[in-house]
Design a protein around this ligand. Structure first.
Ligand code: PMV
Length: 311
């Protein structure tokens, strides 16, 4: 199924995983790959989910229960009582449901769009995003909202949590940003890693406070480099963000190895992206040639490698 109106994108975090939870700004880019969804109401009560998304071995088994919960939350949030009215829900599209890409957010946002078409009920983008945020809670208790926002709006976004509704703005890019991203093959639990960071913060507020301050300064520089289209500066700052993630203890050997390999193959910067301790890394490759060379180098080490361009 290719249902353009139900498309919701995967995302990569250029700057700010974990720090975004504590209200520092993040910069996030939607990848080209997307999830789409079709909803058909049936006569019999209950939910049937057909998942046609490109698979990662092991992923579906592990995430099945959480995914079911997320689907139920979105249905009830949009007023569908599947005890009265059954639904057959089909997920498809090009986005592999790999750890770190925001696949859960893409899934619930595409479901909200599909429900809007099937009910039918006109939903604003804000309402789609809000339904996605509710669904995300089914996956991990206290999401920052960065994933569902990127899934809904696409593009490159500056995102920041506040005590109220999050703030986000669409970035206008000076030029295309070519990226290679690769999976470690390890599925990390966002809930667990976010919980570990919280415990470390509570055990040593001064340590965390200094990391957060360094990150906040770096993110401002990163945004300026992005605005100026300065790939060399952007790359150096991505490297620095990776180093901060290492200090925060959310990286791991597999991520570090991929980051080093990408830099060695010509990336101007590389970092982990997302939860960490597994999941994904990304590399900034200013030219089509360096993008191809870095992808080739990473394919020797990583189970899955993709290319995308933020434009
Ligand atoms: O692993 P992902 O792509 O779901 O990213 C999680 C990002 C965190 O900052 C670690 C958590 C959050 O809710 O923002």
């Amino acid at each position: 199924a290719c249902l353009k109106r139900t498309r919701a994108f995967g995302k990569l975090i250029l700057f700010g995983e974990h720090f975004v939870v504590y209200k520092a700004p993040a910069l996030v880019g939607a990848v080209a790959a997307y999830t789409d969804c079709d909803v058909e109401f049936t006569g019999a009560p209950g939910i049937e989910v057909v998942d046609l998304r490109p698979a990662v071995p092991g992923y579906k088994v592990e995430k099945a229960a959480e995914g079911e919960e997320a689907v139920k939350i979105v249905l009830s949030h949009l007023g569908v009582d599947t005890e009265k009215r059954g639904a057959k829900i089909t997920f498809g599209g090009s986005l592999t449901a790999v750890s770190g890409i925001g696949a859960s957010a893409a899934q619930v946002v595409s479901l909200a769009r599909a429900l809007s078409a099937a009910l039918p009920r006109t939903l604003s983008e804000e309402e789609v995003n809000a339904a996605g945020y509710e669904g995300e809670k089914g996956y991990h208790g206290t999401p920052s909202g960065v994933d569902n926002t990127a899934a809904t709006y696409g593009g490159v976004l500056r995102f920041q949590r506040t005590d109220g509704a999050p703030l986000f703005t669409m970035k206008k890019l000076a030029g295309p940003i070519r990226i290679v991203y690769a999976s470690t093959g390890i599925t990390a639990s966002t809930t667990k890693v976010v919980g570990d960071v919280k415990a470390k913060k509570e055990a040593d507020e001064a340590w965390f406070g200094s990391l957060l301050a360094r990150y906040t300064a770096l993110a401002a520089e990163g945004e300026a480099a992005l605005d100026a289209g300065d790939m060399a500066a952007l790359g150096r700052l991505l490297d620095e963000n990776h180093a901060l993630c290492q200090e925060l203890t959310v990286s791991c050997k597999e991520l570090d190895d991929l980051v080093v390999a990408a830099r060695g193959a010509g990336a101007v910067g590389a970092k982990m992206s997302g939860t960490g301790r597994g999941g994904l890394m990304l590399a900034l490759t200013p030219t089509a040639e360096s993008q191809a060379a870095v992808a080739k180098a990473l394919e020797k080490l990583a189970p899955q490698v993709w290319m995308t361009t933020f434009a």
